[in-house]
Design a protein around this ligand. Structure first.
Ligand code: PLP
Length: 388
C-alpha cells in the first residue's frame, strides 16, 4: 500500500471503503491519479461536480469572489447569497431560500419548517413526517430517522421521533397514515437515489401532492441528488406535474463547494422567523458565487443535452449483454447487472472508468456537460465489463 493510503487509513476515521486510487487532478470528466493513469469520471463526486472538474467558468466566478470576501457572518448582507436566492426563486416559483452546507442540513431545515408550520396551524402534537421505505435523506440523527432503511438505524438509537415510513407507490397506505396520525409533512425523493435509482410513479406523486394540499400537509421534495439539472429539468419535481411547498437541494448546486439550499414556497415562506434557524457557513459567498454561475448555465440547451445523453445511455445499456435492467431519469442512472455490481465497478476502475453503486446496482451520475465522445467511451467500457 502507498504512503498516502497508509496515512489515510491510520488517521482518517474508517467510515469509507475507498478504492486504491489516489486522484491528484482533473479536467472536465477526466481525472488523473498519482501514477498518471486517467479515468473517465462517471460519478462526479456523487453528483456534485455537475460541470466536471476544474470548470474554468466556475473557477472564474469562485476566485473572483475569493479575492473579494471569503466569508461574512449572516449578520451582514453579501451579494452572491441574495443573487443566488433570487435566481433560484425566479427559476422555480418558490418564494424564499434558506442556505446551509449539505443535503442533510437542507432536509433538517425542511423538517423544521414543516413542524413549525403544523405546530402553529394545527397544534404542537401535529409533528409527524411521512417518508418512504428505501428512501435516503442524510446522516444526521433526524435525517437518519427520516431515511426509510433500517440498516442505517441500527446502533444509533434513539433517533429523532416522529417519522413514519410507507412503501413507495402505495397511495392508500400513505393516505391511511394521514388518517391515523397528525401529519405535518410528507418528504419524498422523486427518484430514490441511494435506494437504487428508482423514479416514483407519476400518478402516485400527483395523488400525494393532491392529498397534501387537501389536508394542508406540507409537501417536502428532497432534490439533493435529483436537483440542479441532474434529471433533465432544473428540479425533478418539474417533470411530475406537482408543486412542492418545500424543496431541499445540495450536491450539484455548489459544483464542488459545500452548499445546501431549502426553497420555501408560498405556504412555507414566512414560517421561519428571526432566530428560528441558522448556519454559520450557510450562504457562504464563494459557494454561492460558484453556484450562481452554474445555475445560469443550466439552461434549456443544457437540459436537452442531458436528455439526449440519457437516451443514449438507456438505449445502449438496455440491450447490452450482462445487463438486466436500467432505471433512472436524465443523467441519474441505475444499472442492474447479471454479475454483482461491485465486480463490474471494480473492472471499470481497472479499465479507466469510475462508477458508483446504489444498493445492488451500478449507478452513473456523470457531469451534465460530459462530452458525448467521452460518455460513449465510458459506456463501451462499462458494457464490456458487464458482458465479461
Ligand atoms: C446525498 C443525499 C442526502 C445527504 O446529503 P449530504 O450532503 O451528504 O448531507 C440527502 N438526500 C438525498 C436524496 C441524497 O442523495
Amino acid at each position: 500500500m502507498s504512503e498516502l493510503q497508509n496515512k489515510d487509513q491510520a488517521y482518517v476515521a474508517n467510515t469509507y471503503r475507498r478504492f486504491p486510487v489516489e486522484i491528484v487532478s482533473g479536467k472536465g470528466s477526466i481525472v488523473t491519479d498519482t501514477n498518471g493513469k486517467q479515468y473517465i469520471d462517471m460519478g462526479s463526486g456523487i453528483g456534485v461536480t455537475s460541470f466536471g472538474i476544474a470548470d474554468p467558468e466556475w473557477i472564474g466566478a469562485v476566485t473572483e469572489q475569493l479575492s473579494k470576501v471569503q466569508h461574512m457572518s449572516n449578520l451582514y448582507y453579501t451579494e452572491p447569497c441574495a443573487a443566488l436566492a433570487e435566481e433560484l426563486c425566479s427559476r422555480t416559483g418558490m418564494k424564499k431560500v434558506f442556505f446551509s452546507n449539505s443535503g442533510a442540513e437542507a432536509n433538517e431545515c425542511a423538517i423544521k419548517v414543516a413542524r413549525k408550520y403544523a405546530a402553529e396551524k394545527k397544534g404542537s402534537d401535529c409533528f409527524y413526517i411521512i417518508t418512504l421505505e428505501n428512501s435516503f435523506h442524510g446522516r444526521t440523527l433526524t435525517t437518519l430517522a427520516a431515511t426509510g432503511q433500517d440498516k442505517f438505524h441500527q446502533l444509533f438509537q434513539p433517533l429523532t421521533p416522529g417519522f413514519l415510513h410507507t412503501p413507495a407507490n402505495d397511495f392508500d397506505a400513505l393516505k391511511k397514515l394521514t388518517e391515523d396520525y397528525p401529519v405535518a409533512g410528507i418528504l419524498l425523493e422523486c427518484v430514490q437515489g441511494e435506494g437504487g435509482v428508482i423514479p416514483l410513479e407519476r400518478e402516485f406523486l400527483q395523488q400525494v401532492a393532491n392529498l397534501a394540499k387537501e389536508k394542508d400537509i406540507l409537501l417536502l421534495i428532497d432534490e439533493v441528488q435529483t436537483g440542479n439539472g441532474r434529471t433533465g429539468s432544473l428540479y425533478a419535481y418539474m417533470q411530475f406535474g406537482i408543486q412542492p411547498d418545500v424543496v431541499s437541494t445540495a450536491k450539484g448546486l455548489g459544483g464542488g463547494l459545500p452548499l445546501g439550499a431549502t426553497l420555501l414556497g408560498e405556504k412555507a415562506e414566512a414560517v421561519l422567523g428571526f432566530g428560528d434557524h441558522g448556519s454559520t457557513f450557510g450562504g457562504n459567498p464563494i459557494a454561492c458565487a460558484g453556484a450562481l454561475n452554474l445555475i445560469h448555465r443550466i439552461d434549456q440547451a443544457l437540459l436537452d443535452e442531458v436528455k439526449e445523453k440519457s437516451e443514449y445511455v438507456f438505449d445502449t445499456l438496455k440491450n447490452a449483454e450482462g445487463v438486466e435492467s436500467v432505471s433512472g431519469l436524465g443523467l441519474m442512472i441505475g444499472i442492474k447487472t447479471k454479475k454483482p455490481a461491485s465486480e463490474v465497478i471494480q473492472r471499470c476502475v481497472e479499465n479507466g472508468v469510475l462508477c458508483l453503486s446504489a444498493k445492488d446496482k451500478v449507478r452513473l451520475l456523470p457531469a451534465l456537460n460530459i462530452p458525448f465522445e467521452t460518455l460513449k467511451q465510458a459506456v463501451q467500457i462499462l458494457c464490456a465489463a458487464c458482458a465479461e
